[in-house]
Write a protein that binds this ligand. Structure first.
Ligand code: SF4
Ligand code: SF4
Length: 153
């Protein structure tokens, strides 16, 4: 059986060569938020890296987010904020902490609670894990060519 890391980095949603769907926006209506432990997360980050990041460097608030993705409904709902900051310079629109080369979260050990609680349906099916947070949304990806993934219903 593949490890969680192998699945997420190399066969996310069962798609060969695909990775990190839940850490990236891509073409979907999706948001990595709300980050309810934002203050604690920024503190953990600064402790780990010996830096002095401000929350606005790491997270996106509603006022910024609603204008960043005006066509995405999830970014128009203030209840979904603060959200993880997105690297808009990359086509995948990943969280700024998602390493798109190594294909993993670079702050995995101190990641926000929202990220810790996220378990997607695909991963649960692969490793037989119970869903930890029942109200956590699980988004299936849209692949780069704009078509829905083969597991869509
Ligand atoms: S948790 Fe699911 S959506 Fe996220 S990277 Fe792993 S397989 Fe992909
Ligand atoms: S902090 Fe890590 S787990 Fe959370 S969205 Fe960013 S890359 Fe993914």
């Amino acid at each position: 059986m593949s490890s969680i890391c192998d699945i997420c980095s190399n066969k996310c949603w069962g798609i060969d060569g695909y990775d990190g769907s839940c850490c990236s926006i891509e073409g979907r209506d999706f948001i990595m938020g709300p980050i309810r432990d934002s203050v604690q997360f920024v503190n953990r980050l600064n402790d780990k890296l010996g830096r002095n990041f401000q929350a606005s460097q790491v997270l996106i608030d509603f006022e910024e987010g609603k204008n960043l993705f005006p066509d995405k409904a999830s970014w128009q709902d203030p209840e979904n904020f603060p959200a993880m900051r997105v690297d808009v310079s990359k086509a995948k629109l990943p969280c700024i902490f998602y390493n798109t080369h190594a294909k993993f979260c670079s702050v995995h050990d101190i990641r926000p609670q929202t990220c810790q609680d996220y378990f997607c349906e695909h991963l649960m099916g692969e490793i037989g894990m119970e869903k930890k947070i029942q109200d956590q949304p699980s988004e299936k990806p849209v692949i780069d060519n704009g078509t829905s993934d083969p597991f869509s219903t």
